[in-house]
Design a protein around this ligand. Structure first.
Ligand code: GDP
Ligand code: MG
Length: 195
């Protein structure tokens, strides 16, 4: 369990992230997938990360210091960027800078909506993670909306899609910020990877 969670800073660029030697456990996914809600659920602090009904509002990297020991990081939602700052990957520069270049990043959770088919952009992002060798896992969100059989099917569908391309499957966890599902499993998983 998390005893203490505090907002540390918002960064617009990689140069602004904290420079202590602590590790980042980051969350990413499409806008509205439930990143901020999950951070609030995991920390037990309702208003810590801003939950928004309007997609695409958060364009900053938000660092939350957990128990003075590590950071939970709320990343901007991804979508294909359309500006001149585009990189070849099609993801915004702030995201690719942080995810592919920042040494602070210890583990990345890719959040995907459990209720919908694997989306091209999620699969494309996951492919980039594989290519760059970034350690990551998948967290399915809003799982209280599904029966346990449907949740199993979601995991199976993803496993099938990913195994078309990868030999090894990433860890996959289910969650619901609405009812706390997955809290203990996710925190235990994080505990383990921080050791
Ligand atoms: N039913 C349900 N809705 C959720 C859950 N988590 C988030 N939401 C809703 O999804 C919307 C987007 O959530 P937010 O955390 O702001 O997503 P973000 O853009 O990824 O940070 C909000 O309306 C939330 O109330 C969940 O576990 N279950
Ligand atoms: Mg958010």
């Amino acid at each position: 369990m998390i005893a203490r969670a505090e907002f540390k800073c918002s960064s617009e660029r990689l140069g602004q992230v904290p420079k202590d030697g602590l590790k980042d456990i980051a969350f990413i996914g499409r806008s509205n997938v439930g990143k901020s809600s999950l951070i609030n659920m995991l920390t037990g602090r309702k208003g810590l990360a801003k939950v928004s009904g309007t997609p695409g509002k958060t364009r900053l990297i938000n660092h939350f210091l957990i128990d003075g020991e590590w950071y939970l990081v709320d990343l901007p939602g991804y979508g294909y960027a359309r500006t001149s700052k585009n990189q070849r990957s099609g993801f915004a520069k702030i995201i690719t800078d942080y995810v592919f270049k920042c040494e602070r990043l210890h583990f990345l959770f890719v959040l995907v909506d459990s209720r919908i088919e694997p989306q091209r952009i999620d699969l494309a992002f996951i492919e980039q993670l594989g290519i760059h060798g970034i350690p990551f896992g998948i967290i399915f969100t809003k799982c209280e909306k599904l029966s346990s059989a449907q949740r199993r099917r979601t995991i199976e569908t993803y496993s099938k899609r990913l195994s078309e391309q990868w030999e090894e499957l990433p860890p996959m966890l289910v969650s619901s910020s609405a009812n706390g599902m997955g809290k203990e499993e996710i925190l235990a998983f994080v505990d383990n990877i921080l050791k």
